[in-house]
Design a protein around this ligand. Structure first.
Ligand code: UGA
Length: 435
């Protein structure tokens, strides 16, 4: 099928290339000329495992092209809207400028029977408003949220764990929209991927509800970490023990520096803001606690480093290992790890921060920080703090590292190190919510 993807950021670039892998013919459209040029040359603008190879293959097949001209969408049957919905300046609500502009820009190029498919994360009620803009062209609108995780984005797009279609209210329109989406996702459907076909509002809500649930799960275990710290309990064992209950499950119960990224933090805030607009703010009051617990974990990491250094980080060399909001990503949006590096630096510590992929992005945002290789960070350090659980940090040999540093003090901000091995090698180990 011929399709267009409007917005070639994280979501759009992965979606466009993945659709080609599924056999479709795709044009990716974005206002950012540099991004389009890079993508057209088969270069990935972000670090995402598997994406560079997929881009090269897709562009090479001739079925993936890119353009900055919205007119390139003409002739496509399905038009995915995958632009960003960041937090609005001065408010917790989502900024819908880019979504509105993308749909507005598409209107002159839509034909009777086309389907505009929203993938961006939006406040409930947005699809209904956009549908009214689209319908006079003879095209229809569907909402099809995505659930991809950074680091697994290609796999999550090609083999999603579920599909959600928010369809128009009119039965005929809904049937035609569903048929088109079924054709788009034929491969996933043939593999028995569960499908929930529903209305606009439910589809929009599924997305934010899923992220709110995940954020709540992380903050729940981080709240247990706070209690563990006050009582001498061990939150990792606690998570293992409650996780054996299949109703609870062990995934997303890793206590640590908390959640960051371009989705969870802004989505729970936008969801709360939307609930308030709907006069239902009370229903989501708990998300403010979820946010608060999450932000306290960053304070806690900094506190633990200062405590371990005897009450002051001033003029102490601190190796900060990790800047990305999670491993296998170069994304530093709302990253607790980068925040910890900045705060320690602000306390007068001589921070040398490292990350396998996120140094360039971090330097652009915080040029005042000193960055280096893992070795440069560790050499003569008075304390080591691990804040992003990259494999190469998890696998550091405590004996070798012990020979490089000045003091064997390690703060494990992600509870990802082998405690026994580090303690056996003579380290003063401090985890999050652990004895
Ligand atoms: C999240 C969701 O997991 C995806 O399903 C969703 O599609 C995506 O947002 C989105 O809305 O686009 P992502 O932002 O890639 O995906 O990151 P996650 O894997 O959810 O991790 C978020 C943060 O939580 C990271 O900072 C991670 O370190 C932290 N986390 C995760 C914990 O602190 N503890 C855990 O147990 C799990």
């Amino acid at each position: 099928m011929k399709m267009s993807v409007i917005g070639c950021g994280y979501l759009g670039a992965v979606h466009a290339a993945s659709m080609v892998k599924l056999g479709h013919e795709v044009v990716g459209i974005d206002v950012d000329n540099a991004k389009i040029e890079a993508l057209a040359a088969g270069q990935s603008p972000i670090y995402e495992p598997g994406l560079p190879e997929l881009l090269v293959e897709s562009v090479g097949s001739g079925r993936l092209t890119f353009s900055t001209d919205p007119a390139a969408a003409k002739g496509s049957k399905v038009h995915f809207v995958a632009v960003g919905t960041p937090q609005k300046a001065g408010s917790y609500a989502a900024d819908l400028r880019f979504v509105d502009a993308a749909v507005q820009g598409l209107l002159p190029y839509l034909s009777e029977g086309d389907l505009v498919v929203g993938k961006s994360t939006v406040p409930v009620g947005t699809a209904e408003r956009l549908a009214k803009m689209v319908e006079p062209t003879g095209a229809r609108l569907a909402w099809n949220p995505e659930f991809l995780r950074e680091g697994f984005a290609v796999k999550d797009t090609i083999s999603p764990d579920r599909l959600v279609y928010g369809l128009p209210a009119d039965a005929g329109d809904a049937a035609r929209a569903k048929a088109l989406l079924d054709e788009v996702y034929a491969e996933a459907l043939a593999a028995n991927t569960p499908l929930v076909a529903t209305d606009y509002a439910t589809a929009e809500l599924v997305k934010v509800a899923a992220n709110a649930f995940l954020a709540t799960k992380i903050s729940f275990i981080n709240a247990m970490a706070e209690i563990s710290e006050a009582t001498g309990a061990d939150v990792t064992q606690l998570a293992d023990a409650i996780g054996y209950d299949a109703r609870i499950g062990r995934r997303f119960l890793n206590a640590g520096a908390g959640f960051g990224g371009g989705c969870l933090p802004k989505d729970i805030r936008a969801f709360s803001a939307r609930a308030e607009e709907l006069g239902k703010g009370e229903a989501l009051n708990f998300l403010k606690e979820v946010d608060g617990i999450n932000l306290r974990r960053r304070d806690r990491v900094v506190e633990l480093v200062v405590e371990a250094l005897g009450g002051s980080a001033y003029n102490k060399k601190v190796a900060v290992l990790g800047l990305a909001f999670k491993p296998d990503s170069d994304d530093i949006r709302d990253s607790p790890s980068l925040d910890v590096a900045v705060r320690l630096n602000g306390l007068g510590a001589n921070v040398v921060a490292s990350d396998p992929q996120a140094i360039a992005n971090s330097r652009r945002m915080h040029p005042q920080l000193v960055f280096g290789t893992t070795e440069e960070a560790l050499q003569d350090a008075d304390a080591v703090v691990v804040v992003t659980e990259w494999k190469e940090y998890r696998e550091l040999d405590p004996k070798t590292v012990g020979d490089m540093v000045t003091s064997k003090i390690v703060i494990d901000g992600r509870n990802c190190l082998d405690v026994a091995a580090w303690r056996d090698a003579g380290w003063k180990y401090t985890g999050m919510g652990r004895r």
